[in-house]
Design a protein. Sequence first.
Length: 216
Amino acid sequence: MTPETEVIACPACKHLLRVPLDWLGTEVRCPECKALFLAPVRENGALSEPVLLARANQQLGGAPARRKADLMLMLPAFGLLLCGFAGFVINAILAYLMFTDPAGATGWARNQMPALRQAGFGTDGTPEEKAAEDERNAAQLAAVYRVLIPVALVLSAITLAGGLATMLRRGYRLAQIGCVAAALNVAHGCCVPGALFGLWGLLMLGSEEGREHFAR
């Protein structure tokens, strides 16, 4: 006796479901993942393969939702590329100057002392005492930047790579790491737009649309 239902597998999540015989060849929505697919038909005693029409939260064919997801990811990806490239170039120049001209690096740090004093850093004293303190602080600041600049250079490269991975839809984890590097706000000299692009990218990559962007 021919059964009144057929057991078929959803082409999106492979969940098994029973469908009435009169549903074969029609559009069916999976109760598990909500994907829309065309149920198989019986040909020569065997069932054909179901055809996926749209995943969950996509319109038929997925084109409008796909374009929207792509746009929402491409914008932060472009921001990562821009900030990563700018940070890499700037930090590469600074690293070259810091290591090839130590005296110039100390002089640059010395020029920052008046602004730091206006911000409340430094102690009061005679002009001679202030000058000596500024000289010590300039040397310490230059030493700190000799460590921070190479770190910022590496983070800039990671940010750039993360933006490129998102653009090319290759390397989901690399894209996430690139967003984290940007959100740390170090890779491009405390750039607020870089942090915003990084957080935006992380939110999009964590969504179903973001994962689907890399699955295609």
